[in-house]
Design a protein around this ligand. Structure first.
Ligand code: SF4
Length: 229
């Protein structure tokens, strides 16, 4: 097992790898289905979506105004039977351009964090955001946008059946837990979302700006691993 110093070195910014699992893509008639169904019918329909239709359904979604400003929807990526589900707040500019969550420098740091645990995106890990489309200028998501997008995340949780959810950043944690708390008060204990144990840690983009907190993030990952075990 790696020493603490080795692990913290591993969490450096040098890319370790860029393993990319194929996003689960599906085809179908999602565009037609998206229009016109009421909120309850839409929620029920999303709750029955299969993986092969999931990404196309998100891509056709017009349930909130972010559909008008996004370049690409960002449904999620990874192992659809993963034990680990990582959830951030919303796509940023690079994610919006590529249609994949956590790319760029923050994504590389996240990959390094996963590598320190012997994990990789696409290998026992699924990565998603609460919101599947980018808020303009990375503004904070509106409550109505979060509510409109929530059925997709809930469906992902149901389809994947993760044994642990890692909430990346204060915003994702507060949204998932339905509270308004500081990240300091949320770290270090195990919460639950949809019955699944949930551990809170920092968003990789925050860690890029606050390097000393990487050690705390490592403590969070160890708590997550112990919880899953
Ligand atoms: Fe639909 Fe979610 Fe995109 Fe809004 S953010 S348009 S609810 S997929």
């Amino acid at each position: 097992m790696a020493t603490r110093a080795e692990v913290l070195a591993e969490l450096g910014l040098t890319p370790v790898w860029r393993l990319r699992a194929d996003a689960v893509r599906g085809s179908g008639d999602a565009a037609e289905r998206s229009a016109g169904d009421g909120a309850d019918a839409r929620t029920s329909r999303i709750a029955r979506l299969a993986w092969d239709a999931f990404a196309a359904d998100v891509d056709a979604c017009t349930a909130c105004g972010l559909c008008r400003t996004r370049q690409k929807s960002v449904p999620g990526v990874g192992d659809v039977r993963a034990n680990w589900l990582l959830v951030g707040e919303a796509p940023g500019a690079e994610e919006d351009a590529r249609g994949e969550p956590f790319v760029g420098q923050a994504g590389r740091l996240l990959d390094n964090m996963l590598a320190a645990l012997g994990l990789a995106r696409g290998r026992n890990v699924y990565i998603a955001n609460v919101l599947k489309c980018r808020p303009p200028n990375n503004r904070t998501p509106e409550p109505l946008e979060v509510a409109a997008c929530r059925p997709y995340l809930d469906r992902q949780v149901a389809l994947i059946g993760p044994r642990l959810i890692l909430a990346l950043g204060k915003s994702a944690a507060n949204t998932l837990l339905g509270i308004d708390a500081t990240i300091a008060s949320l770290r270090g204990r195990v919460h639950r979302y949809q019955g699944v144990p949930l551990v809170v840690t920092y968003h990789p983009a925050y860690l890029l700006r606050n390097l000393p907190d990487k050690a705390k993030a490592w403590d969070d990952l160890l708590l997550a691993r112990r919880t899953l075990a």
